[in-house]
Design a protein around this ligand. Structure first.
Ligand code: GLY
Length: 389
């Protein structure tokens, strides 16, 4: 009788432990199917899959576009999840296709372009060529940091402003942290701290939403706070909020400075509790769009935020951690359902319904390569968390 009771208790406890609500292995296999289709139609490695054009065709861009690293990076994640050698060969090919950007000093996006493919490739293979490319790339990126201003310059010109910095730039710091650790050169670390501190001071509003663009003068004074991709200067462009959340989560991971954790937690709260967030938790492209609810979503923002929240869940107390995991799980469930996930067609992309640059009438309600990347990353993070119990 006693033994039966103990067994009963164990069974009830086991059932109480969270069961994954997303079948990651199944989703990964479906992603692989889509991307094997993509590999079959993308044979020229100077043209990278980007999104779908308004005429329905596959839109490809060259390696100097900020998104060139996402395809290779996703292939590495899919190889990691499946150990399928053909994916490894494809990942190697699409990674090296971006290599020449290591010398590109004209963009702040080298973190996206180099760390997503080469960083994942290096993590999985230790290929020394990848390390060299990334160290050169980090050096190129660091030339965009002016110590008098204290931040990395995003673009060379924005509406006449000569030192614009966008919240997206927080995403490039993970790459520089890697370079600091790998090269032993503290310069890269110091740039991260300076950039993150100044962004924390100048990019955020009292409600912890962020401006998209902050324009500085040559000695680091704020001249203007603007938007490029959002609805208005004063609005909360959805993907920008997700970039900030991800960026400050990484800042905490790399420094263990609590001020960055606090910032990430506050951004998470703004994002998760936003009254305009729909029930499926896939945000409209801008939280303040006056057209809500008759406006387009941004699945890419949802994927970035889900991935960030899964990491952040490891740094906070139990209740908060649970709420982050639950939220990310709901996002992944919805992104994995028929409304957002393509099991065929979709020009071989995985997710539907992302929005790139609505004010420029560019990439509206379409698949976009970076949505796929962060969705796959979030799936793998979720699987690891569930395996830990
Ligand atoms: N500038 C990067 C983005 O569109 O999110």
């Amino acid at each position: 009788m006693k033994r039966t009771l103990v067994l009963f208790f164990l069974l009830v406890s086991a059932m109480a432990i969270a069961q994954p609500k997303v079948d990651v292995d199944k989703q990964i296999q479906l992603c692989v199917n889509q991307y094997k289709g993509m590999l079959a139609v993308c044979t020229d490695t100077t043209l990278f899959p980007q999104s779908i054009s308004p005429d329905g065709s596959l839109y490809k861009r060259k390696s100097d576009w900020w998104c060139s690293g996402f395809f290779g990076g996703s292939l590495w994640y899919l190889f990691e999840a499946t150990k399928d050698d053909s994916l490894k060969r494809a990942a190697e090919k699409w990674t090296m296709a971006v290599a020449k950007e290591q010398y590109n000093k004209g963009t702040h996006d080298l973190g996206f372009m180099l760390y997503c493919p080469f960083g994942n490739g290096y993590r999985l293979t230790n290929n020394p060529t990848y390390k060299t490319v990334m160290l050169n790339g980090a050096q190129s990126l660091s030339t965009r940091f002016d110590p008098k201003v204290g931040v990395i310059k995003s673009w060379n010109n924005f509406n006449g402003y000569k030192y614009p910095v966008i919240i997206d730039n927080m995403m490039n710091l993970e790459f520089l942290f890697w370079a600091a650790k790998t090269s032993g050169n503290k310069k890269f670390y110091n740039i991260c701290i300076s950039h993150a501190d100044k962004t924390l001071k100048n990019h955020f509003r009292p409600d912890y939403s962020s401006y998209h663009v902050v324009c500085y003068d040559s000695v680091g004074n704020v001249m203007a706070r603007k938007t490029a991709q959002g609805y208005a200067d004063s609005s909360a462009w959805a993907r920008g909020q997700a970039w900030g959340l991800y960026g400050y989560t990484v800042m905490y991971r790399e420094t263990k400075d609590k001020k960055y954790l606090d910032q990430a937690v506050k951004i998470a709260s703004f994002y998760m509790n936003n009254p305009t967030l729909p029930a499926d938790k896939i945000p409209y492209w801008d939280f303040n769009s006056p057209s809500i609810p008759n406006d387009v979503r941004d699945a890419s923002a949802a994927a970035v935020a889900a991935s960030a929240l899964l990491e952040l869940s490891g740094y906070v107390k139990k209740d908060k951690s649970k709420s982050y995991i639950n939220f990310a799980e709901q996002v992944l469930q919805n992104l994995s359902g028929p409304e957002y996930f393509a099991t065929e067609g979709n020009q071989h992309f995985i997710l539907k319904h992302s929005t790139g640059h609505k004010p420029a009438k560019s990439e509206i309600d379409t698949p976009i390569i970076y949505a796929d990347y962060y969705y796959i990353e979030a799936l793998l993070r979720y699987k690891k968390l569930m395996a830990r119990g």
